[in-house]
Design a protein around this ligand. Structure first.
Ligand code: SF4
Length: 242
């Protein structure tokens, strides 16, 4: 139809349990401006990949699961969903009209001038802070961290609830001093309801190989239980809820 808002999606998960509160329908949108070294979905990067779908068609699919997700909701993840702000806005607006709770899982990798209206349409954000240091963030993701912090500031200003996500990567982010700095910084935000510390894993390594891309973290170990405990204690000490 002429006026339909179209988007590109990578995949869907009908019963997601780890992308926001409760059981959720999760749509992973295609396209990402970052190139995180630990990415487990490098096949979601290409903006022309995935499959095209209209917002209405996606919401019709979501509504088939309405009874299962009524106490959870819908999360648009990626890739970077905010690369398709009009599509995100339309899908979330239609979901809300149908009484569903909505979330965007984003790395904040898009200028606010483009993403603001889509953010406004969501009940909450799951926001990845990749690295507290911008230079290190560029090494880890190919981009500085400014836009993620701008996004967080915008959520603070608009009182949008945020769950922060931070991947613990040995040799990169998993450093006591950096974690202390990040925790202290985040503790100043009222909009942050929760912090999720995600231990680095290599489950996506095979995809890099399949795509003939060099996986730089082959020799990086996964965090030990003690390291994860140390990280958690740092955030708890700053009064943050995990
Ligand atoms: S933001 Fe997510 S999808 Fe994009 S490169 Fe990083 S981990 Fe992969």
């Amino acid at each position: 139809m002429a006026n339909e808002v179209m988007g590109r999606i990578h995949s869907i998960e009908s019963f997601g349990a780890v992308d926001g509160p409760g059981v959720r329908f999760v749509a992973f949108l295609q396209g990402c401006p970052l190139k995180c070294l630990f990415c487990h979905n490098p096949d979601s990067w290409e903006t022309n990949g995935g499959r095209e779908i209209s917002a209405k068609e996606l919401v019709d699919q979501i509504l088939e699961y309405r009874n299962f997700i009524k106490d959870g909701g819908v999360t648009l993840s990626g890739g970077e969903p905010l690369m398709q702000p009009e599509f995100v806005k339309e899908v979330l607006t239609l979901c809300k009209q149908n009484g569903l709770h909505t979330a965007i899982d984003t790395s904040g990798g898009v200028e606010l001038i483009l993403s603001r209206q889509a953010i406004d349409a969501a009940d909450m954000l799951l926001l990845d802070i990749k690295d507290v240091d911008s230079d290190d963030c560029e090494v880890l993701t190919g981009r500085p961290n400014k836009m993620a912090f701008d996004t967080l500031d915008y959520c603070e200003k608009t009182k949008k609830p945020v769950w922060i996500r931070h991947v613990l990567v040995p040799g990169y982010t998993l450093k006591q001093e950096k974690l202390e700095r990040l925790a202290k910084f985040l503790s100043g935000y009222q909009c942050i309801e929760k912090v999720e510390l995600l231990p680095f894993h290599k489950m996506g390594e095979f995809k890099w190989k399949e795509m003939n891309k060099k996986y730089e973290l082959s020799d990086t170990p996964i965090p030990t239980e003690e390291q994860v405990k140390m990280a958690r204690e740092i955030f708890i000490k700053q009064g943050l809820k995990l």
